[in-house]
Design a protein around this ligand. Sequence first.
Ligand code: PRP
Length: 181
Amino acid sequence: MHPDIAKILLDEQTIQAKVRELAARLSEDYKGKSPVLICILKGAFMFTADLMRQMTIPARVDFMAISSYGNRARSSGVVQILKDLDSSIEGEHVVVVEDIIDSGLTLNYLRENLLSRRPASLRTCVLLDKPSRREVPYTPDYVGFQVPDEFVVGYGLDYAGLYRHLPYIGVLKPEVYQKHA
Ligand code: PRP
């Protein structure tokens, strides 16, 4: 285990089993269709890659990057698009793929933004859900795991840009982030 990790919350095997389960559900629900997976950078890159690899229907992938909001912007729920999709989603079946939903502000904003582009359908697939942190109501269509309000990193999730490479999801030792506070 990485020395900055206090404990492993979800090990690699548990994550991969859940990814296979979600991929099977998506493959069934979108049978006969060819959905577009929208990976929200950066956190969702690993989940999106594994999810797509396990799907048995044709799918395309596109990417969006959005700014993390400062405290002032946060209350307004407005986020800035740093990188937009390459292609139009008009008439497409869209699945937004996220590593984590916390306050719900990001997905709430994205839903409104993407719906205005007139997709045929829009659903969200998140690996981790922290329902205790919700500031705006939001229920993702597909959820991997509900997690407690702890500082989780790994499998795409970072602290200060680090730990994204870990194949498991762990709780960061408090002294690691308190040092920089
Ligand atoms: C994380 C995550 C979501 C967002 C969720 O991204 O990937 O996009 O926060 O939080 P919310 O529900 O409170 O809006 P982050 O800003 O850490 O950027 P990153 O994915 O590039 O690490």
